[in-house]
Design a binder for this molecule. Structure first.
Ligand code: UDP
Length: 192
């Protein structure tokens, strides 16, 4: 996709439908892809941390998560077609993963959230293979990354908040091909 830069962050200039199609095709081919759904908070934070900005610039897709980004594009005299939020992408990929019999690994949020989420995922997405479900309060991600490498999920969803989730993805994505995406507080929402 073509991109539009807002404060040096390259946002994909496409619709959610086209974006999801591209991701689904590439995940099916077991390509290694890093998705960031960036809200205005993330864009502003990146202005203060050039290392984090470069992580965003090296992601495969940065999507406009929120109306603030769409309006930002307007102010710069360009147009982004629609918002593509982390929560919506997560839910769509779970639906697709269920239909296409894919697998996923979930890391993040409190243990009570994971306990509530586990039966919901099993019930709503029975054909999605869950390779792991872990809370986000670990000291060391390396053992979790090792488990991800061993179980080879098609999609890894990391819900530990920014900037930590993007940093971990940048550090560990090469241990497993497939999708890696930070989803912020989405597990809290999904778990009800
Ligand atoms: N979280 C976590 N580990 C941490 C810090 C936070 O798993 O060390 C979780 C927290 O429980 C919540 C999510 O990360 O589910 C952060 O949600 P928030 O909406 O703040 O995400 P952000 O907008 O910061 O990306």
């Amino acid at each position: 996709f073509k991109t539009i830069e807002i404060l040096q962050v390259p946002f994909i200039n496409t619709t959610q439908r086209h974006f999801l199609k591209a991701v689904e095709t590439r995940v099916s081919q077991r390509e290694n892809i890093f998705v960031v759904t960036a809200n205005p908070e993330i864009v502003m934070y990146a202005q203060t941390d050039c290392h984090y900005l470069s992580l965003l610039q090296n992601a495969d897709y940065v999507t406009p998560d929120g109306i603030g980004i769409i309006k930002g594009a307007d102010i710069l005299g360009t147009t982004l077609p629609e918002r593509i939020t982390g929560y919506d992408v997560l839910v769509d990929l779970l639906k697709w993963g269920n239909d296409a019999h894919k697998s996923a690994y979930f890391v993040g949020a409190k243990q009570e959230v994971i306990d509530a989420l586990t039966p919901i995922i099993a019930h709503d997405y029975p054909n999605l293979t869950v390779k792991g479900m872990r809370n986000g309060y670990f000291n060391d991600f390396a053992p979790i990354a090792a488990d991800i490498a061993e179980t080879q999920p098609d999609m890894v969803f990391l819900a530990v908040g920014f900037p930590k989730q993007e940093q971990l993805i940048a550090d560990y994505r090469h241990q497993n091909n497939g999708l890696w995406m930070g989803v912020g507080g989405s597990f809290d929402v999904l778990s009800g």
